[in-house]
Write a protein that binds this ligand. Structure first.
Ligand SMILES: Cc1cc2nc3c(=O)[nH]c(=O)nc-3n(C[C@H](O)[C@H](O)[C@H](O)COP(=O)(O)O)c2cc1C
Length: 388
């Protein structure tokens, strides 16, 4: 993508919360926990969103969910993403957040394409039921307003190209008092394949005019972020996979949006220092060294993308079970390797192929209204597990 010539950057306002750098760390299940958010936030200003928290699991206070909603005292503002399909349950979850002062900002997930979610009418399947979408958003905004907490909506373009929902959902969200809407420029059926449609993001920006619109999808560098703002007119960007194994991307984004040219280009020694710290923070987060070490394993290939770290070494790192073992393996690397350039950049994380058919409740596409049987199904469809 070509580098933009100039971009007028304004602070991003979400309700009364302001970030001079208009950047949001995308919620990512299994990734954006307290440990990772802390690592990213140290790099630059922005909104750093938790992984998705299931409304029902929050209301039921499952131990894993209570861990997932933890924020360190330094983490401000606290952005928590909620997932839910039943307006009453989502409202109850927001009520708990307000009453117990659990977050400063609530983001609603209408973008998840995972079959276990869409099969129940949730995530990216939900905005198709226009009245259900409105009820959930209305309930969340009304309840959150009692605590002065802004609510944002994160969504995809729709279920597939024949069932697009984003413009209608964007207008509804705006009418119902949402503080900002974010669009991932893919349909559920695309999953993570192909390219994000930035033209759709521009169309949403033209449609929703009174609140910030955030663009999401395929931002791999500060240059991509500036390019998206310039091409689409969005008020901010949401960055997911681009920062995997690269929390310093947030320093690049801050510099880029401030018009500064410097970018973080770490040699392998610096990369391993961040990786080591990430592992340590995960061990603290889980209060369990083995669990923290198991969790860091999935980040290893992202951290080492483009660096000369052999397959055997990567395999051994992929089995690491103590911080001491991690240190020993790191000590065996050629730590003087410089930044490898393009090989460390570009796409990373999930890609995959499109889904031939999005898993949906029976008859879901027949009507945009929630009819009797589907309404009953929805009441029983709340998942009880957060994340993943
Ligand atoms: C591992 C992974 C987990 C994700 N989990 C969530 C989630 O919990 N909630 C959500 O709204 N989106 C989730 N997403 C989607 C991202 O927030 C984002 O919309 C998507 O990755 C596109 O942005 P990107 O191209 O910058 O990665 C997830 C994506 C990935 C790769």
């Amino acid at each position: 993508m070509s580098a933009p010539t100039s971009t007028a950057v304004r602070p991003l306002r979400i309700g009364s919360l302001v970030s001079a750098t208009p950047v949001v760390l995308a919620p990512m299940a299994g990734i954006t926990n307290t440990a990772y958010r802390q690592l990213c936030r140290e790099q630059g200003e922005g909104f750093y969103v938790s992984e998705m928290i299931t409304s029902r699991a929050l209301v039921e206070r499952t131990p894993e969910t209570m861990r997932l909603i933890s924020f360190t005292p330094a983490e401000r503002p606290r952005s928590l993403q909620l997932y839910g399909v039943d307006p009453l349950t989502v409202s109850k979850a927001v009520e708990m957040i307000v009453a117990e002062d659990l977050a400063d900002h609530v983001d609603l997930n209408f973008g998840c394409p995972v079959p276990k979610v869409t099969r129940k009418g949730g995530g990216s399947a939900l905005p198709w039921k226009a009245d259900l979408f409105r009820d959930i958003v209305r309930g969340a905004v009304t309840t959150a307003s009692r605590g002065g907490i802004p609510v944002t909506v994160k969504m995809r373009k729709g279920i597939d190209d024949d069932h697009l929902t984003y413009l209608q959902a964007g207008r509804t969200a705006e009418q119902e008092g949402v503080a900002a809407v974010a669009l991932h420029g893919r349909t559920a059926s695309q999953h993570y394949s192909g390219h994000a449609d930035w033209e759709a993001i521009a169309r949403l920006r033209d449609t929703v005019t009174s609140i910030p619109v955030l663009g999401n999808g395929d931002i791999w560098s500060a240059e991509d972020a500036l390019d998206m703002v310039q091409r689409t007119g969005v008020d901010g960007v949401v960055v997911g996979r681009g920062c995997l194994g690269r929390p310093w991307l947030f320093a690049d984004l801050e510099a880029g949006f401030a018009g500064r040219p410097e970018r973080v280009r770490p040699g392998l020694r610096q990369v391993t220092q961040v990786l080591r710290r990430h592992a340590e923070l995960l061990c603290e987060f889980y209060e369990d060294e083995l669990r923290g070490c198991r969790d860091i394993r999935k980040h290893i290939s992202w951290y080492f993308k483009g660096y000369a770290v052999g397959g055997d070494m990567r395999a051994r790192l992929g089995l690491v079970d103590t911080l001491e073992a991690l240190d020993e393996l790191i000590a065996d690397l050629d730590l003087d390797q410089p930044y490898p350039g393009a090989a460390a950049e570009g796409s990373r994380g999930r890609a995959g192929s499109p889904q031939a058919r999005v898993a949906l409740p029976e008859g879901w596409l027949d009507s945009q209204e929630l009819t009797g049987a589907a309404a009953e199904m929805i009441r029983q469809a709340e998942l009880s597990v957060s994340g993943g």
